[in-house]
Design a protein around this ligand. Structure first.
Ligand code: ADP
Length: 260
């Protein structure tokens, strides 16, 4: 069994009796530990792009009279800045989602509308890799939730499907509903995920292939944001994947019943 952390306070009442108050603070200690780890990870993650930016700036200074070099390194600086700004944005988002500080909207939404908005947001990224995003509307369920957060979750899944597939590949986004559960499946024929990584990729900053994630501008926070958005909607995210075959991420949430 896992150890529990308890705080015991004993107060003597008289010569024979005393009052003992036992406080189990295992959960709060775990939360505190997780906050500390997050802070360490965040500083580590921020150091990488900041270090790269500083090095690139130095290189530009040294070779200021070579316009080709200046152009090349400025471009790299722009890429690092974009990564840094995405990272900061996602850190804020995840702190908001985890801290319970976010107030969720509860709107009635047509799931296909949410899917279309997410696809529109990812379209440029797909075009840059000559990829097609295909929608497969099997059902047209209505759900209740926060539109912006749901779009963010689906965009993360679609952007990953694009990032971890080869150029020219196709990503299918399928909308279904069964037994009161609405689902959006994002299906790719990309590199896939090994079994040993499948559980861990929803953890903050966990990447199956750090070099590839870095190359695609990944932050390692996307899936953890998706998981939290699902939990906040009393939903879930399921994963099927096979290396070399592809991955399917299925985001599920309750169908809104008319009149409820
Ligand atoms: P990242 O910003 O690195 O993409 P995520 O949290 O979105 O971070 O994903 C975590 C890791 O899961 C990725 O680094 C990658 O290794 C793996 N991953 C996520 N989506 C896919 C996918 N569709 N195909 C293959 N691997 C994926």
């Amino acid at each position: 069994t896992t150890p529990r952390y308890v705080h015991v306070r004993v107060t003597p009442l008289d010569d024979e009796l005393c009052l003992a108050v036992v406080n189990d603070n295992t959960e709060s200690r775990a939360a505190e530990q997780s906050r500390r780890e997050f802070a360490v990870n965040v500083s580590h993650e921020l150091k990488t792009p900041v270090g790269a930016l500083s090095l690139l700036a130095e290189t530009i200074e040294d070779g200021a009279d070579d316009p080709e070099l200046v152009r090349k390194f400025s471009k790299k600086m722009r890429k690092e800045s974009r990564r840094l700004s995405k990272l900061i944005q996602e850190i804020i988002e995840i702190s908001r989602l985890q801290g319970g500080g976010s107030v969720l909207e509860h709107e009635e939404l047509h799931l296909e509308g949410v899917v279309h908005e997410a696809i529109e947001g990812s379209r440029l990224g797909a075009e840059a890799k000559d990829m097609r995003l295909v929608t497969d509307l099997r059902e047209r369920p209505t759900v209740v939730g926060d539109r912006d957060l749901l779009v963010m979750a689906l965009r993360n899944l679609i952007d990953n499907a694009i990032a971890y597939s080869d150029e020219g590949a196709e990503v299918v986004v399928s909308v279904g509903a069964r037994d009161g559960v609405a689902s959006v499946a994002v299906i790719d024929k990309g590199i896939g995920i090994e079994t040993k990584d499948q559980e861990r990729i929803f953890e903050r900053f966990y990447r199956a292939d750090p070099a590839r994630s870095r190359e695609t501008g990944g932050t390692g926070l996307g899936l953890s944001i998706v998981k939290h958005i699902a939990l906040q909607h009393s939903g879930s995210v399921a994963l099927w994947s096979e290396p070399g075959v592809g991955s399917t991420f299925t985001f599920k949430l309750a169908v809104h019943q008319e009149g409820s």
